[in-house]
Ligand binder design. Structure first.
Ligand SMILES: Cc1ncc(COP(=O)(O)O)c(C=O)c1O
Length: 361
């Protein structure tokens, strides 16, 4: 069976974990974690990186660091993984959904601008869905214009992807990454927050360590929870960072191979990327998706459907008024094809041939 996604851990991860376990210490975050944070900050070209226990809690901590309070409104794209919204709900704030653009699947920034004008929005979570980013300059323009609004990036899926400004995850006040299993680099679970702002960095460090005045004391001068990493995760993350250039290159190659093999099938179109994007999952618009999925399953090919709109999820159905026509449309038509690093070129050829068979091409 070719799974839509499966993790790949190799010799280096094993070697580094074994070396760490020769003298393991307390296993909770310490020197290896500090090294992992430093390497991520250097790779992205940001000043501060704090690991967290996952990319959902990361977002809640980012909102708290920015000063979002219960009842505050937070703008979130309607098309994203559920956690982008539940991270808002978790701290008692209220997500307000924004429709997306058809071509890029990214938050519609004209609609965001209307919301910022009409409502008192406390923060925006911009999602760099599948490694794509705003190409128009409008996101930065809005961040500059609305200096009293917090701008957070949910870059969970976009580690190592680029945009016209450089690395994704370096242009807004705080950015969050996830290292859960299907991500570009993975530590099983885990995440991190990055920023160039001294006071936000300090707030995040305290939020993830019980609001302690300093490490190891039981004096707390602010709110905080436990969102610590572990050394085992850090060691695996360091091993994965060693392979980052290969991983980014391979995702682009996979996208190009799929594009080539699918080019002759009019019922199928890859969602477009620009020269900067590193797609995490191979996303295609397909006709008759609900029939194609079982057909491919019969051929031992796993796929996954694009997220349903957030406004249609049970806990958010009372949400207002807006029109979410594009999110509704793309949720119905996009399919994620197999995207693991274990996939060979001939696997991709087989998958595309099978898709051609379904459409009788
Ligand atoms: C866009 C987005 N945001 C947030 C998350 C949550 O990250 P985690 O699974 O590490 O909590 C994910 C995870 O897939 C995601 O894709």
């Amino acid at each position: 069976m070719i799974l839509q996604y499966e993790p790949v851990y190799g010799y280096l991860e094993k070697k580094m974990i074994n070396a760490y376990m020769e003298n393991p210490g307390w296993i909770t975050e310490f020197k290896e974690t500090a090294e992992f944070e430093k390497r991520i900050a250097d790779f992205l070209g940001v000043q501060y990186c704090s690991t967290t226990n996952n990319g959902t809690i990361s977002l809640s901590l980012a909102l708290l660091a920015i000063g979002v309070k219960p009842g505050d409104l937070v703008a979130v794209p309607d098309l994203t993984m559920y956690a982008t919204a539940t991270a808002v709900t978790l701290i008692g704030a209220i997500p307000i959904f924004v429709d997306v653009h058809y071509a890029t699947l990214l938050m519609n920034l004209d609609k965001l601008e209307d919301l910022l004008f009409d409502y008192e929005i406390k923060a925006v979570i911009y999602v760099s869905l599948n490694g794509r980013w705003d190409t128009t300059g409008k996101l930065i323009q809005l961040q500059d214009q609305y200096s009293n609004v917090g701008f957070i990036e949910d870059a969970a899926q976009a580690f190592g992807s680029n945009c016209y400004r450089g690395k994704i995850g370096t242009s807004l006040q705080i950015s969050s990454f996830s290292f859960s299993t299907p991500k570009i680099i993975t530590t099983g679970q885990g995440g991190c927050l990055v920023t160039n702002d001294d006071s936000l960095a300090l707030a995040i460090r305290k939020l993830k360590d019980f609001g302690r005045v300093s490490g190891g004391t039981d004096t707390h001068d602010s709110f905080g929870i436990n969102s610590k990493f572990t050394e085992l995760q850090a060691v695996i993350g360091l091993a994965q960072l060693e392979q980052i250039q290969y991983r980014l290159l391979r995702k682009r190659q996979m996208y190009e191979l799929y594009s080539t093999y699918l080019a002759g099938i009019p019922q199928v179109a890859m969602v477009g990327i620009d020269e900067f994007t590193v797609p995490w999952f191979m996303d295609v618009r397909v006709e008759d998706r609900e029939l194609l999925i079982p057909f491919l399953k019969e051929k031992e090919i796993g796929t996954r459907s694009m997220y349903p709109p957030l406004h249609a999820q049970s806990i958010y159905q009372q949400q207002p008024k807006e029109s979410f026509g594009i999110t509704e449309q793309v949720s119905q038509e996009i399919l994620w094809l197999p995207s693991s690093f274990s996939l060979s070129d001939s696997d991709i050829e087989y998958i595309c041939k099978s898709i051609g068979e379904f459409y009788e091409i």
